[in-house]
Every structure is written in C-alpha cells, then in structure tokens.
Design a protein around this ligand. Structure first.
Ligand code: GTP
Ligand code: ZN
Length: 184
C-alpha cells in the first residue's frame, strides 16, 4: 500500500502543475503516504483487537457518559477533514467497558473515509456490540473543511448527528437524561 500511495501522491503533485523534483517536495510523497496510512488505519483494525477484552463485570446500571472525545475524520466526498467531538452514553447490563476503549472505538471508525451520519451509527453499534448495553446514545458534532475551505465556505456551521439504540430510543426519559447531561 505504501508504494502505491507514494506513486499516487507523486502523480498528484505533477497533476497540479508542481515539480515533484523540487527540493521541498522531494520527500513529500513518502511523508504524505505515511500520513494517509495513519489517517486510514481504521480499515485495518477490528473491534476485538482494539477493545482487547477490557470488558468488566459490574452491577452498575446507571447511565455512563463519556463526553468530548475529539475526533478527526475525512469526508468520503472530498477527502477533506472533518473535525469535532463525540459524546457516548450507555446503560450497562452487567458489563462495563474500559474507559479508553470508547475513544479507541471512535478513532477506529473516524480513521476511514466517512460521512458523519455513518460514523455516528458505527460508533453506537460497536458500543452496543461490545457491552451488550441496555441502551446506547451517541452524538457527534463536527465542522467539515469541505464546507469551510471551499464550496459554500461557511465557517461557523456545525453538523450534529445522533444515534439512539435500545432504551435510549424507546424511553424518552433516558434519552432526555443523556441530552441534558451533554448540554451541561
Ligand atoms: N450528509 C452529509 N453530507 C456531507 C458530509 N460531508 C460532506 N457532505 C456533503 O456532501 C455533498 C456532496 O455534494 P456534491 O454536490 O456531490 O459535491 P460538490 O459539488 O463538491 O458540493 P458542494 O460542497 O456543495 O460544492 C456536499 O453537500 C457536502 O457538504 C457528511 O458527513 N454528511
Ligand atoms: Zn466533503
């Protein structure tokens, strides 16, 4: 993959009319390929591997909220970054997941070519799958460079997506508790 990416970046540099042999650009295909490999490493990870069995038995059955998990992803339409935060809440059903693993789940799906709606959905489903929770709620808020640097060039708009599963979907009280907690 590395060599293929490197060649693609060489072509890209030529295609925009730059000189790939210019001193400042000589190592750019190599660096850019390495960066792109990192930014898409989510394709080469699995849920089992990143959560590493960090699921613990617990009789806690109150809502757990992990807020402000920063995320960097790339929109699949323009391959430009979108940047923001994820908030994840769940109601355990006998099992809790190690705290850091929520951030790892966010990164695994963010480091792919994405649309925000699907990213939000995948995070929620993964948390449900790993914890077997009674319910899961995920909110993602992000700013899309494809709307800021180009196109409509709006600097202040933000996209907010949410996915509610289990009792977050069926029970308005649970959902409201989540939304209230995130607001605070
Ligand atoms: N729903 C959704 N849309 C997104 C996301 N990221 C980018 N987009 C939008 O995808 C759309 C692609 O529209 P097109 O008309 O095919 O592409 P375009 O001509 O580059 O569109 P403009 O951005 O309006 O210039 C744009 O409206 C983007 O704002 C995302 O995560 N979710
Ligand atoms: Zn885009």
């Amino acid at each position: 993959m590395h060599d293929e990416l490197k060649q693609s970046y060489q072509q890209l540099i030529s295609a925009v009319g730059e000189d790939p042999q210019r001193e400042g650009l000589l190592d750019t295909p190599k660096r850019a390929a390495k960066a792109m490999e990192y930014l898409t490493q989510g394709y080469r990870q699995t849920l089992a591997e990143i959560t590493n069995n960090a699921v613990f038995t617990s009789d806690a059955d109150d809502m757990v909220l992990i807020q402000d998990i920063e995320l960097y992803s790339m929109c699949e339409h323009h391959l430009l970054p979108f940047v923001g935060k994820a908030h994840i809440a769940y109601i355990p059903d006998g099992k809790v997941l190690g705290l850091s693993k929520f951030a790892r789940i966010v990164d695994m799906f963010a480091r792919r070519f994405q649309i925000q709606e699907q990213l939000t959905h995948q995070i929620a489903q993964a948390v449900e799958e790993v914890t077997g929770a009674k319910g899961v709620g995920v909110i993602v808020e992000a700013k899309h460079m494809c709307m800021m640097m180009r196109g409509v060039e709006k600097q202040n708009s933000k996209m907010r997506t949410s996915v509610m599963l289990g009792n977050f979907r069926t029970d308005p009280k649970t959902r409201n508790e989540f939304l209230q907690l995130v607001k605070n």
